[in-house]
Ligand binder design. Structure first.
Ligand SMILES: [Zn+2]
Length: 342
């Protein structure tokens, strides 16, 4: 074997080793199947029913829609129905694999239910009427939480029309399916993880949110996400900003202050410092934050929770202890922000 061949074999071994290490790092960071402390379908249904059972006056459980492909109900928990209160919407997830937002949304509902004597809870319930949608994508979320496929992002719509579920490629990205700016988004092939759907609001899940938005004038919408690549981690994103419009400018100053309050209250998972508000403009596409702001004037936020670890791996399915820590610090930041800006 000559020197060049030895070099080539060495190089191949190095590449294989580093690929193995990368996949090991991802496995160590992300626990899959998910740790037992995460919600699954049975636990979610049981907890939602229990919350409405023990608070019959103030917690009402609604089914706001049904997914077409999986026939799964889309739940919304309405907390405080008084018309004098300021309506706030919390969406735990649009993307099935981004499970942590559902954990935060449910922790918030349980916090309000389990601490009636707490002054902060009383202040929140005096000021606000909450709508909590733990998951807008029960099809995708059930696939992830049942251990079938870790990265099921989209819903289960049969986008290639072959009458079966292609778990890795079928589906629509629900956070690109809202009608506002939908036509400005690029048209990607249906197998893309970012496929925006065949038409604006083509999906039952998107229409379920829009029907609630038509009934309730939300002041704030907090929508949770996570970034498996780590690229968008631990940042808050505002709607696309029309820089030429004076009214928009004033709104964005106010919207940014609220986002900064939340962000500065959450220490990063694996690095010094806190969450930040994304400094630049954002995409002009059919996502929830653009829909809510441009259709209804709602101050709307995408909060990307879960950081990248020291190896740069987006740790979005962490082990139980870390899951608990991320939920608690986001819960506290949400409570603090709502109390300051009520
Ligand atoms: Zn997302």
């Amino acid at each position: 074997m000559n020197l060049i061949n030895i070099y080539k074999i060495g190089l191949i071994i190095c590449i294989m080793l580093s690929l193995t290490q990368m996949s090991c790092a991802r496995k160590i960071a992300n626990v899959y199947p998910l740790d037992k402390s995460y919600y699954n379908d049975a636990k979610l249904k049981a907890d939602l029913k229990e919350l409405s059972r023990i608070n019959p006056e103030s917690f009402k459980l609604h089914t706001i829609g049904t997914t077409i492909a999986g026939e799964n109900p889309i739940y919304a928990l309405q907390i405080q129905t008084d018309i004098d209160r300021t309506p706030v919407l919390i969406i735990g997830q649009h993307h099935g694999d981004e499970v942590m937002g559902l954990e935060i949304a449910m922790a918030f509902a349980k916090y309000l239910s389990e601490n009636p004597g707490d002054a902060k809870v009383r202040d929140l319930l005096d000021a606000y009427a909450f709508w909590i949608i733990p998951t807008l994508n029960p099809d995708g979320w059930k696939i992830v939480t049942s251990g079938k496929y870790e990265w099921k992002r989209k819903n289960n719509t049969d986008t290639n029309n072959n009458r079966k579920l292609d778990i890795k490629t079928d589906g629509v990205d629900l956070n690109r399916n809202y009608p506002t700016f939908w036509s400005l988004d690029k048209s990607l092939p249906e197998m893309s993880p970012f496929y925006k759907g065949i038409a604006p609001a083509s999906e039952a899940e998107t229409r379920a949110v829009m029907e609630i938005a038509e009934l309730v004038s939300f002041k704030y919408v907090f929508s949770y996400h996570t970034s498996a690549s780590g690229t968008y981690s631990e940042k808050i994103y505002l709607p696309w900003q029309d820089m030429k419009d004076k009214k928009t400018k004033d709104d964005f100053t106010a919207m940014r202050d609220i986002a900064k309050t939340y962000a500065s209250a959450v220490p990063k998972d694996y690095a010094p410092g806190t969450y930040a508000v994304h400094p630049g403009n954002t995409s002009r596409i059919g996502n929830a934050r653009n829909y809510f702001y441009y259709e209804w004037g709602t101050y709307s936020y995408d909060i990307e929770v879960c950081g990248a670890n020291k190896l740069g791996v987006g740790t979005v399915h962490p082990a139980g202890t870390k899951r608990h820590e991320i939920v608690q610090k986001n819960l506290q930041a949400l409570v603090r922000t709502l109390l300051i800006f009520k």
